[in-house]
Design a protein around this ligand. Structure first.
Ligand code: ACO
Length: 386
């Protein structure tokens, strides 16, 4: 069977309120499965635990949240809810929302600039920009605009849509290009503004989401580099779309006698919370264990877990199933809510800037969400101390 290594040769602003202030749009510190069948299961055989499977290392992180902050108490005036219900069921206490005139591209580019600054990388040295988002300003994609805004004039840029798994999928995708030698430096940005797409009359969804973006700089790593991607795994299962979706809902429009097309916009977010909750608490521990197994590691080897920030109860259950103390789980959803593709890098940025995560630490990162989609990677952080 062809090994994954061989296959690859053919593929060709937070530190948040808990630490350093994150970047804001205003520039001030604000708050700122797929089914398994055709899978090539064999992985490059590496005898020693914790050796990078992908020669790609994360060396800088940044984030940005919009200045407008809305608390649970504020939402009590909008829908039939209480601060107590939201905090107890989700762990969320506030969220940051894009105001009219503020854009996803701006959020993404501010986060990217902060990540480049931390990494000490010049924008013109970036070869690849991936913007993971499901709420772009432009349905044709925001990545090229973000590359322009940050000055990544030599990079190819494209969007990646995988909802709350998008950032994790982006890291794993960019790392393939770095591992196979096609590119040397990549910028992966995750961000969403789901405030644009929630039904603000639906208390079961509108209290959950916030807007924000985060970014990481990845560099090609040497074979003997200590930092890198030690293990990774991704899945999706379209059968779960019924449980979480944001579907096109155009109306028929007749073009004279010639044809009838559909014209219009998208619906609002529809979610079966209970089923998504069960999906997350089942699949996330499993995929983390899969990524750890590829790294020849166990949960005992993890310094930090950085999960998609959807619900503190999901994080507690995942930590329990992994056998990891909540002290090792990075979370800031109390401040930002569920920022979809932005949530992992927002939390990562805060933890790095506050000094929690240090160079050489082993991180287990997991994303999950609409698709349904889910994935994980185990990395050794490669950023220099600030
Ligand atoms: N305030 C007060 N009451 C509420 C609210 C609210 N905001 N929302 C729902 N309720 C009520 C319900 O109507 C229900 O009332 P009833 O018992 O009288 O019928 C009761 O609270 C319980 O509702 P549940 O939906 O069963 O509440 P649950 O404890 O399951 O929590 C939640 C709901 C928070 C959504 C949870 O299911 C969850 O976190 N699910 C996972 C969401 C997720 O992880 N999404 C990630 C992906 S996001 C993406 O990819 C874009």
């Amino acid at each position: 069977m062809i090994s994954r290594l061989l296959l690859l040769t053919y593929l060709g602003c937070v530190a948040g309120l808990h630490g350093t202030p994150p970047a804001s749009l205003s520039g001030r510190g604000v708050v700122a499965a797929r089914g398994q069948p055709q899978r090539l299961r064999s992985r490059p055989v590496v005898a020693k635990a914790g050796i990078s499977k992908l020669r790609s290392k994360l060396v800088g992180v940044g984030s940005c949240a919009p200045p407008t902050r809305v608390t649970n108490v504020d939402l009590e005036d909008l829908v039939d809810t209480t601060d107590e219900w939201i905090a107890q069921r989700t762990g969320i206490r506030s969220r940051h929302l894009l105001a009219p005139g503020e854009t996803m591209s701006e959020l993404g580019s501010k986060a990217a600039e902060r990540a480049l600054e931390m990494a000490g990388v010049a924008a013109e040295d970036v070869d690849l920009v991936i913007f993971a988002t499901s709420s772009a300003d432009d349905l044709f994609g925001d990545a090229a605009n973000v590359a322009k805004l940050v000055g990544a004039t030599n990079a190819v840029a494209f969007d990646l849509t995988a909802a709350c798994s998008g950032f994790l999928f982006g890291i794993n995708t960019a790392s393939q290009f770095l591992h196979n030698g096609a590119y040397k430096t990549a910028l992966v940005i995750g961000g969403d503004a789901l405030s644009r797409w929630v039904d603000w009359n639906d208390r079961s969804t509108c209290v959950l989401f916030g807007d924000g973006a985060g970014a990481v700089v990845l560099k090609a790593a040497a074979t003997d580099d200590e930092a890198g991607i030690l293990g990774w795994e991704m899945h999706s299962n379209g059968a779960g779309r019924k449980d979480l979706n944001l579907c096109y809902s155009g109306e028929p429009r007749e073009l004279g006698d010639v044809a009838t097309v559909t014209s219009g916009t998208y619906d609002t977010i529809a979610m079966n919370g209970m089923d998504v909750y069960k999906f997350a608490t089942t699949k996330v521990p499993k995929v983390l264990k899969e990524a750890l197994a590829q790294a020849d590691m166990t949960a005992d080897d993890i310094d930090w877990v950085v999960m998609h920030q959807a619900n503190i109860r999901i994080m507690e259950t995942v930590a329990k199933k992994l056998g990891v103390s909540m002290d090792k789980v990075i979370h800031n959803l109390d401040e930002y809510g569920n920022t979809s593709a932005g949530s992992i890098p927002l939390a990562l940025d805060e933890a790095v800037r506050s000094g929690k995560i240090k160079k050489g630490d082993t991180l287990a990162i997991a994303g999950f969400g609409a698709g349904l989609s889910w994935g994980a990677c185990v990395i050794r952080w490669g950023g220099e101390p600030l």
